[in-house]
Design a protein around this ligand. Structure first.
Ligand code: AMP
Length: 300
């Protein structure tokens, strides 16, 4: 029985960066997040795939102890995303998004997923995210991600969902847009006023901010010299964070801070390779090593 349910896109990604190119490789927010989480806990992925989805990819997830019972064939074609990054690798430029089976997908959660105590809702339509959350029996902790498109087009539904979840994840631009302020500290505080116990604002290579009722914590980005492909960094962070919290069984300030370090360590590996390449060869000692380096970096 999975301990953490991960809902989001499962994709064929086509990516170009100044350092290389990949065509129709396995990607999607739910894939990055569940693979990252699998280093800590038993995750169960829920999403839609097309008849064109290779069996080896489902097998790859299964071999990582990720339940794929919630991965259902929902039509002919799997979701496809094509994008590129410029020299600074700061943000993805989308060339095309083909929703295919993800369009309006309202998946039914397998019985074995419903009792899972943890859930991560990766970026999709807030109605789809709510549909999955509503099927969970009584999760101890729910984590929500979103993107600028939903903030612009479905703000009311998104705000209603934010009232129901425990941790809100945003990147800096989304935080400014959603809470109508240029200041991230003000944005983080405003997020908490809607109900989540914590808000985490991701600042890409510049690190992450955590807001809770009592404290603000700031973690720098891991000082990386090799960044080949930033795709999946945000979702790897979220999966690592959620997976660690599921394993720790705690959600106090200390556990949240540690979870952020683990999420950042995994995301720093993700971007070193193309697509899922680096995550696939990653080991627990690798993660532990970067966790220790983070400890040294923030000590003063
Ligand atoms: P990130 O962690 O933000 O880099 O997310 C990268 C993943 O998001 C890619 O693997 C894409 O397949 C997926 N993606 C891109 N656009 C969308 C979208 N509109 N809805 C859901 N997933 C998306």
């Amino acid at each position: 029985m999975p301990k953490l349910v991960v809902f989001g896109s499962v994709a064929f990604d086509s990516i170009r960066t100044p350092f290389g190119e990949a065509n129709e490789v396995l990607g999607g927010a739910a894939v990055y997040a569940s693979v990252a989480a699998s280093f800590f806990t038993h995750a169960g992925i829920v999403s839609g795939i097309g008849k064109d989805f290779p069996k080896e990819w489902t097998e790859l997830l299964r071999k990582r102890n990720i339940s794929t019972e919630g991965l259902k064939i929902a039509g002919e074609k799997t979701f496809r995303w094509k994008g590129y990054y410029e020299y600074d690798m700061a943000s993805a430029h989308t060339v095309s998004t083909e929703l295919n089976v993800m369009e309006g997908l309202m998946p039914e959660l397998p019985g074995s997923y419903r009792k899972a105590p943890y859930v991560f809702l990766a970026n999709l339509h807030p109605e789809q995210q709510l549909h999955v959350l509503d099927q969970m029996d009584n999760p101890r902790l729910s984590i929500l991600d979103t993107m600028n498109y939903w903030i612009t087009n479905e703000k009311e539904k998104l705000m209603n969902l934010i009232k129901k979840i425990d941790i809100l994840l945003l990147n800096d631009a989304e935080a400014r847009q959603l809470f109508s302020t240029p200041n991230l500290i003000a944005a983080g505080r405003r997020a908490l006023a809607y109900g989540p116990g914590a808000c985490i604002i991701k600042k890409g290579e510049h690190g992450v901010l955590l807001f809770t009722e009592k404290e603000i914590f700031s973690l720098p980005g891991y000082p990386l010299e090799t960044v080949r492909d930033p795709t999946g960094a945000g979702d790897s962070f979220a999966g690592g964070l959620a997976g660690f919290l599921a394993k720790a069984g705690a959600m106090d300030e200390k556990a949240l801070r540690k979870a952020m370090v683990y999420g950042s360590a995994i995301a720093s590996y993700t971007v070193e390779g193309f697509g899922l390449d680096r995550l696939r060869s990653l080991t627990n000692p690798d993660i532990q090593q970067r966790y220790k380096e983070f400890e040294k970096i923030v000590r003063f």
